[in-house]
Design a protein around this ligand. Sequence first.
Ligand code: SAH
Length: 245
Amino acid sequence: MADIWQQTLHWTPTVQQQLQFQRLYEFILEGNRQLNLTRIIDPQEFWEKHLWDSLRGIAPLLKDGVGGENTSSPPSSPLSLIDIGTGAGFPGIPIAICVANFTVTLLDSTRKKISFLEKTKDALELTNIKTLIGRAEEVGQQPQYRQTYDVALIRAVGTASVCAEYALPLLKQGGLAVIYRGNWTEEETKALENAVEQLGGIIESVEEFTTPLSDSIRHCLYLRKVATTPSQFPRPAGVPTQRPL
Ligand code: SAH
């Protein structure tokens, strides 16, 4: 897949990174026996939907190059990221593998998934990963986490307005939320604007792209935090889903 990485993301994984991707795949197959981690187990589908898709979402952050050993680009500046509702570790783990000087916190409300991720992190020797058990609604109100991240990532956790309510409170002013979507329309962008504004953000851009193996359409929404999020957000557990902004 080296050519595709290079053509689409202008990056080639090192031998070490390729081994980490391989071990991640094996760990997830193994973990799937006891935990419902993912339905995607075909190797090519895993590569495209889990590895490639995870990294495509942060392409705008990689414009300066990721500083891998075999690129001539300067290293990316160190950033603090949180992956909200990480599940089996997506998009957070591939990003931590790709960019060693990003610190990635994997957040999930399910203790069993976090235990699995702890083991995976140790086995892959990923010292730039932290894990956190909790609900985004609660973590977002805790002073040690609120307004402390440069980037919040969120894939397949809820509707876009729910994702925005989980993500924006966790960001520093000027920080970026990356919301991964499948299909997305301009009407949906319009409908989301008011919610994002209430949370202190703006919709900076929406990127559409095609996946390299199955030619499927994907979108990523990039929200910039431009003002302090009012203290009532995120609302208590369950409320963002029951009464979306
Ligand atoms: N992001 C992963 C997993 C998506 S499944 C991927 O794209 O493959 C959704 C995950 O979000 C589940 O693991 C679930 O436990 C977690 N989750 C759902 N609501 C949450 C909340 N409010 N706070 C934290 N985690 C949540």
